[in-house]
Structures are given as structure tokens and as C-alpha cells.
Design a protein around this ligand. Structure first.
Ligand SMILES: [Zn+2]
Length: 211
């Protein structure tokens, strides 16, 4: 099964992809892991990406699309894949449609206030990096890590303004893609508000996966 995963920060997409690939036995392909693999393999596109990233720039549509095309032509991706972080733009979606026909686009949907509750409650240990949650997983003693005694704080990324900003960027970027795939009858909405096991069940039901 050839799938694209969409979902805002806080939807738990990474965890969901890990669970989904256990069920579907297909590779999880993200632009991040393609870039790293291409750089390690020193392919011509890999060397180009390294130059772009080293200079602190964003990798352009054409290069990203070229790398995804290269990756999807490999043996392990023939029976299916989960694409994550690609496409991000309409030109990328149009290019993808030319070289690979996706079966479904799974939109893990979660409203902004739920994301704010999830990510806004995150507290991180400055020393060991453990993530607590001020509602679901509080440290035993406020402000002190259970595991290493380090200071537990709120990362700038997890402050409400920063989360709202990230959501705004995500929604603006993804809205056209959602429209693009909905028009083509490829979009499947999955409610990402419940706990992860329930979301996985919703996902299987939406795609008629029985195992
Ligand atoms: Zn710690």
C-alpha cells in the first residue's frame, strides 16, 4: 500500500508511522532519512543536498523530488511505502503523481487546542532530555527530573506562542495539499485526538486493514 501521511506537529505522526509500518511491512520514507542516506552514499544528488544544507539553505522542490523519485525506485519500495514530509507543495505533489500512484493520503487530524494541550504541557529535563508532561506524566517533585535530578523546564519551542506559530505555518502549507488530494478522492481523515493505540485502530478501520 502506497501512503502519504499528513499531520500537524503534536499529532504523533512519528509514533503512528512506526506502528503503521509494523502492520503494513513497507518502508517509512521521510525526506530527512532520504537526505541522510543520499549524503552518506555520496550520490550526485546527495552531494548537491550536502552543499545546500551546509550553506544553511532549504532544499529546493526539484532536488527533493529527484531524491524521492530515486528512493521510490528502490526494491523495498515497490510493494508500498509510507511517505512522510513529502510532498509539501503542489508542484511536489504534481511531480509525485507522474512517477508514483499513491493509494491514499492519510490526514491525521487534530484541532489546534488539542495540540496546544499536548505540546504546551511538555516539560523537558535540561540534563538528560527526558520529556515529561504536566498533566499526563508529571515529575514526582515539581521542576526536578525523576531520572537524573536535572532541572525540568519548558523549551522555547513548547511555549504557546511558538506552538501557535508552528501550527499556523503547517496549516498554511498543508491546506492546498489537502484540497489537492481531496479533489482526487485520495484523502482519508483519521481523528488523531485519542491515545495512540486508538488512533492506530481508527487508521486501520479507515483503510480497511483487517490484521
Ligand atoms: Zn533528567
Amino acid at each position: 500500500m502506497k501512503l502519504i501521511f499528513l499531520g500537524p506537529p503534536g499529532a504523533g505522526k512519528g509514533t503512528l508511522a512506526a506502528k503503521a509500518l509494523e502492520i503494513l511491512k513497507v518502508p517509512h520514507i521521510s525526506t530527512g532519512n532520504i537526505f541522510r542516506a543520499a549524503i552518506a552514499a555520496k550520490s550526485p544528488l546527495g552531494l548537491k543536498v550536502k552543499d545546500i544544507l551546509d550553506s544553511g539553505k532549504l532544499v529546493d522542490d526539484e532536488t527533493t523530488t529527484g531524491l524521492v523519485k530515486e528512493r521510490l525506485s528502490q526494491d523495498d519500495a515497490q510493494k508500498g511505502y509510507i511517505l512522510d514530509g513529502f510532498p509539501r507543495t503542489i508542484p511536489q505533489a504534481e511531480a509525485l503523481a507522474v512517477f508514483s500512484a499513491v493509494d491514499k493520503v492519510v490526514n491525521f487530524d487534530i484541532p489546534n487546542d488539542s495540540v496546544l494541550e499536548r505540546l504546551g504541557g511538555r516539560r523537558t529535563c535540561r540534563k538528560c532530555g527526558y520529556n515529561f508532561h504536566q498533566v499526563f506524566d508529571k515529575p514526582k517533585q515539581e521542576g526536578i527530573c525523576d531520572h537524573c535530578g536535572g532541572e525540568v523546564y519548558t523549551r522555547d519551542d513548547d511555549k504557546p506562542d511558538a506552538i501557535s506559530k508552528r501550527l499556523e505555518v503547517y496549516r498554511a502549507q498543508t491546506a492546498p495539499l489537502i484540497g489537492f488530494y481531496r479533489e482526487r478522492n485520495l484523502l482519508v481523515d483519521v481523528d488523531a485526538r485519542p491515545a495512540v493505540d486508538q488512533v492506530v485502530e481508527n487508521f486501520k478501520k479507515s483503510l480497511h486493514i483487517s490484521s
